[in-house]
Unconditional design. Structure first.
Length: 228
């Protein structure tokens, strides 16, 4: 059996368990028109990957049989449209409460993330904080990596944006993320590329403060001087 056929059979088995509920090996083999041994080979792989689990079904007569069903991990293999619900809710908020309330929502999310991660970065060097932030973003699905440039600055790249559909419509999402990075890293952070603007990745140039209070950047200093 080729790799493509293997993958196709696996998808059919997953869909079968999703739509038909817990099934025995014999039931799956009969529905697919293959041998039970072929089904077991796929089930063993999926069980090893944590996608399915087996429960024992005891019957009045005969030997107990194993029924296979999907785990929570397998749920991520099926289509999701969470971003559509999120956009609908944000649009409703914008219509009924205005842009300021939408911005407050993003700002509140940023503050929650600060509360969650700020303590674990205390006492670290800038390089350690950049590395820690990269791990945080990777855990969130951003496919992030960092490197140190020849001039001593740091480059953080993100190759996936889980909130891209939201960020395209609501720029406040990107703005709050940038401010989050600046505060967590206590450094000057500039976004040089952005996927919402058509780039293939989001890139950030990070360097130590050249003066001013921690967390203050050229942008914030300009804002404060223009308001005074």
């Amino acid at each position: 059996m080729s790799k493509d056929q293997d993958s196709s059979t696996r998808k059919v088995l997953l869909t079968m368990m999703k739509t038909k509920g817990p099934l025995s090996v014999s039931e799956m083999a009969k529905r697919l028109g293959v041998t039970e041994m072929a089904v077991r080979r796929h089930l063993n792989t999926m069980e090893r990957d944590g996608l399915i689990e087996a429960t024992i079904s005891r019957q009045a007569m005969g030997r107990p049989s194993h029924l296979y069903s999907l785990t929570v991990l397998a749920d991520d293999l099926f289509p999701k449209n969470y971003h559509l619900l999120t956009l609908d809710l944000l649009d409703e908020l914008l219509t009924h409460a205005g842009e300021e309330q939408v911005n407050r929502l993003f700002e509140g999310r940023k503050e929650k993330m600060l509360d969650k991660y700020a303590d674990q970065m205390k006492g670290q060097t800038l390089e350690e904080r950049v590395s820690e932030l990269t791990e945080i973003q990777n855990a969130g699905g951003y496919m992030a990596s960092w490197e140190k440039s020849d001039d001593g600055e740091y480059i953080l790249n993100e190759y996936n944006c889980p909130i891209a559909q939201v960020a395209i419509r609501y720029e406040e999402a990107c703005k709050c993320e940038l401010n989050l990075f600046r505060t967590l890293l206590q450094a000057d952070v500039e976004r040089t590329d952005c996927m919402t603007k058509g780039a293939c990745r989001c890139s950030y140039r990070i360097k130590p403060h050249e003066g001013g209070a921690p967390g203050e950047t050229a942008e914030t200093k300009n804002d404060s001087s223009s308001s005074s």
